[in-house]
Design a protein around this ligand. Sequence first.
Ligand code: ATP
Ligand code: MG
Length: 390
Amino acid sequence: MATEYNTILIRYGELFLKGNNRSYFESLLIKNIKAALAGISFKFVKSRGRFFIEDFADPDKCEILDRLKKVFGIHSISPAIKTPTDLSLISEIASQIAPQEGTFRVTVKRADKRIDMRSMDIAAKIGGDMLSRAPKRKVELYQFDFELHVDIRENGFSYVFYETIMGAQGLPSGCSGKAMLLLSGGIDSPVAAYMMAKRGLNVVCVHYHSFPYTGELALQKVVDLASKLHPYIPHIELNVVPFTEIQYAIHEHCPQEFMITIMRRFMMRIAERLAKIKKCGALITGESLGQVASQTMESIQTTNAVVTLPVFRPLIGNDKDEIIAVAQKIDTFDISIRPYEDCCTVFLPKNPVIHPKMEDVIRYEQRLDIETLIAKALEGVEMKTISPER
Ligand code: ATP
Ligand code: MG
């Protein structure tokens, strides 16, 4: 009798999905699951409202579970034992895999109507067998330490499991479309990417690089951040935009306290141009209200004013501690705190304006050849390939 977990059962939520919407959601989720498990040999089985991963090598099991935990759209996962539908065999497996003591219940789902017993009676029989094999177990239907599940399918096989691991939840990456993330090397923007990917967005990243003030290591940091996001966003892309010339121009022609405000406006404009080329329907930033001078309401107003696409700021209401907690959970924090300069710190003015007035900003910007600067920056865009960090 096989008692190793030879199957992984995947549940996906979102009960509101109906008709075409449902099959679109399912096929995207299947594509993302297969992409997440690239390089591992397995069989994918689709059943009603569930998926099964089967026929994998036992040593790959932990890796499969780890990767599945990062796929948005999966509600929960259970390692299970697939066995021919034979009640005495199922009882024996159930008894072996379940804890030897504690309160429990057995829940049976019977899709195979050829079995001439009610689900409740099957559960009672299996529960009884489990009790006779381990007397320190006790049946409690409502408040229990563990729940043993038996799924009897139509194909002559049943799945036995008791462990349920929470999935990443959310919606499958891509089902809400594509958005352009302004990815710095900091703590916030990778977290913003994670949060929007959770709502089904595929993310294209843009990073502004100030060579030679920010060197290869600063760029590597951003590549590493994008790689960490890869499991959550399987088709993540990174575009690096040369930003030094724009910074020189602002530095030379505009008052220093407006440096950051005007830089941000350039970042937003370029992001929007790229977004249109890459067919993205929104921009994403890691801004949080009041975090720094460039994130006051007036600053956000001035930077928002140069774009027409919606700007998603999922962290706008979060404290830094809350953002750090997510960064640690998704493992981007240690990369984000590597001590390399970012393009904003290189030209950081001593007293950035905290409440910039729109008319001042526009007046100063008129000293610059905005279109030529943007066109040159776009010509220098370099696309980096991002592979998962494994
Ligand atoms: P982060 O916000 O990612 O922790 P940070 O705090 O250093 O980095 P801020 O100065 O708070 O960055 O910038 C606010 C937002 O502007 C960032 O969250 C990011 O979306 C965008 N941004 C800043 N610098 C860059 C950059 N060099 N390239 C791309 N986007 C950037
Ligand atoms: Mg920030």
